[in-house]
Design a protein around this ligand. Structure first.
Ligand code: NAD
Length: 300
């Protein structure tokens, strides 16, 4: 069987290292980004082709990967005027590796199915280091095993754990739910430090104890000591992106009429931190906002 021709839309923090791995694994790659100069320079550097339009990229690809900020941007890129569908053929596949809304992905998959194009959601965990080392965990929603088997070699070039999650949309749901847990852990651990410090506890001592006790989590082990206490605030994951993911989980709870309180409250807490802040700031800066809230004795 001939090697699939791959298209990649979105050459940001994640897309660029992913493109390098696709080339290193022998795929023929065309790329596209809103930033045309970036796409041209980067493609020349890595030995890919820079498409002049989404339509052209679609025409030259069997499988197109999107790595874009939001599901709305993905929809625009795929079905918008002069979008990918203008160039894709029946039998081609779109893999959305962005962190998008699961129900939006299901709707997009249904629309594409009508013109014979398959859609797979394959969001990732592991951040920029995982993309650079090709050690991402990739959660894959696909309509059936045959489609999963078809995209697996491409995803294997990008990640270490390629895990099928079920039907289309389940990968995106899984991603949002994981990041809801990460967001709520960070918020809870932050509040514990803020409250403890007010009572007279030393925050570093608190983290020492939490990290060998039952309260430990990724935030207490990897973020609060390294990013917040040092005031570095440079984990590499932005406030805008984490808030988006927690928002997707909260919307899912609403959509499924689950009415779960923790996801709603976690979302409100992150949205409050985002308001008035810069979405490009590191997500760990939320600690500063919550500290100020506590200092002023106010709720979000
Ligand atoms: P980024 O903002 O660095 O890159 C996005 C890229 O998309 C930019 O190069 C931008 O020019 C391009 N773009 C935007 N709109 C476009 C359009 N209409 N057409 C073509 N190109 C367009 O974002 P990122 O950090 O690479 O994240 C991409 C996705 O991966 C997001 O959905 C994010 O939630 C997810 N994600 C990011 C991380 C992380 O640590 N950065 C980790 C896991 C998942």
């Amino acid at each position: 069987m001939s090697v699939e021709r791959i298209g990649l839309v979105g050459l940001g923090n994640m897309g660029k290292p992913m493109a390098r791995h696709l080339i290193a694994n022998g795929f023929e790659l065309q790329v596209f980004d809103l930033d045309r100069a970036l796409a041209r320079d980067f493609s020349a550097e890595i030995g890919a082709t820079s498409a002049e339009s989404l339509q052209e990229l679609g025409r030259a690809s069997d499988i197109v990967i999107t790595m874009l900020p939001t599901g709305r941007v993905v929809r625009d890129v795929v079905t918008g005027e002069n979008g990918l569908v203008a160039g894709l053929d029946s039998g081609d596949v779109v893999i959305d590796m962005s962190s998008s809304e699961p129900s939006g992905s299901r709707a997009l998959a249904r629309e594409l199915a009508k013109i014979g194009i398959d859609f797979v959601d394959a969001p990732v965990s592991g951040g920029v280091p995982g993309a650079v080392d090709a050690t991402l965990t990739i959660m894959v929603g696909a309509k059936d095993q045959a489609l999963f088997d078809r995209v697996r070699p491409v995803l294997s070039a990008l990640g270490k754990k390629i895990i099928p999650t079920g039907d289309v949309g389940t990968g995106h749901a899984m991603k949002a739910l994981n990041n809801f847990i990460a967001g709520s852990n960070f918020a809870a651990a932050s509040e514990a430090l803020i409250l403890g410090a007010r009572f007279g506890l030393d925050r570093a001592t608190m983290l020492d104890i939490i990290n060998t006790s039952t309260g430990r989590n990724f935030a207490s082990e990897k973020l609060l000591g390294q990013q917040v206490l040092t005031e570095k605030y440079s984990s590499g994951f932005t406030l805008g992106l984490l808030s988006k993911d927690v928002g997707i989980a909260a919307a899912l709870s609403k959509e499924l009429e689950a009415g779960l309180p923790t996801v709603a409250q976690t979302n409100a807490w992150w949205q409050a931190a985002l308001e008035g802040a810069n979405g490009a700031d590191d997500h760990t800066t939320a600690y500063r906002y919550w500290s100020e809230c506590a200092a002023n004795g106010r709720k979000s």
